[in-house]
Design a protein around this ligand. Structure first.
Ligand SMILES: [Zn+2]
Ligand SMILES: [Zn+2]
Length: 265
């Protein structure tokens, strides 16, 4: 029964049966660390390039900003955007992610969703804190994207909160885990279309009565950004409650278009 449940939730959890080795590839761990992932798997995390869409952080930039024909934005300016951001506006100012949601990184994110591996949350937080500093993501408070209370009770913890707490500690910012709440649960369905993702988060978040967000710049943390719908819905609730601005920061990013090569900075 347990084995079947685990098989249903994906390959990442098979490694749970081999607690002595790397949780992703079963290779024996040779270094003394509480992080149960080997150097090879960590080294295979597909980190995103520095040059990304200035708004949503996607590595899939619009072609005009890649070949230099967009004379409106001189090289090195912050005015490069992806195709999605030429068509859509978000309620968060900017979003950035550490790596693409695929390969060993995707499996590590899934692992953290089901197992409270604090050293893994700390590993991600270290990368995100560095990214926040390099991308000059200025903020006053750190807020995790909340789970619905029923979901959090089932799982026992919120993985976004584990990561956000460590990011706040590294950036020396106040950590506000109970400021936002999810009032509508995500449906159990695993695969959602983009339209469904936007529809189900509409009005799904609210700030708790009495929350102090007036004029605060919020750094909003989550594990994965897919369409940006969740970050957008959270940002809407925070702005309504008086926040000055919201920046989204996630460990992983679902990247639909292939990242163009040869444009690294
Ligand atoms: Zn490994
Ligand atoms: Zn974009």
């Amino acid at each position: 029964m347990l084995r079947r449940v685990l098989a249903d939730t994906g390959d990442a959890l098979v490694s749970v049966f081999f607690p002595g080795g790397c949780r992703l590839c079963e290779r024996l761990l040779t270094r003394a660390s509480r992080l149960p992932i080997c150097e090879e798997c960590l080294g295979a995390f597909p980190a995103l390039p520095l040059r990304v869409c200035s708004i949503c952080g996607s590595p899939a930039l619009a072609a005009t900003t890649l070949d230099g024909s967009n004379t409106e934005s001189p090289p090195g300016s912050n005015q490069r955007t992806c195709l999605d951001c030429t068509e859509r506006t978000y309620r968060f100012d900017r979003a950035r992610s550490y790596a693409a949601y695929r390969g060993t990184l995707a499996r590590a994110v899934v692992l953290l969703k089901f197992e409270r591996i604090e050293p893994l949350a700390a590993y991600f937080a270290e990368r995100l804190a560095t990214l926040a500093q390099r991308a000059c993501l200025a903020a006053d408070i750190v807020v995790p994207v909340p789970l619905h209370r029923v979901r959090e009770r089932e799982r026992g913890f919120n993985q976004a909160e584990l990561i956000a707490r460590e990011v706040a500690r590294r950036l020396k910012l106040p950590f506000k885990p109970v400021l936002l709440m999810r009032t509508k649960a995500r449906p159990d369905k695993h695969i959602l279309s983009n339209d469904e993702r936007w529809r189900i988060v509409r009005g799904a978040f609210a700030t708790r009565p009495g929350s102090q967000v007036d004029n605060k710049r919020v750094l909003l943390l989550d594990d994965v950004m897919t369409t940006g719908a969740t970050l957008d819905a959270c940002a809407g609730a925070l702005l309504e409650a008086g926040a000055k601005s919201v920046i989204g920061l996630t460990v992983a990013r679902a990247v639909r278009r292939e990242t163009p090569t040869g444009i690294g900075e």
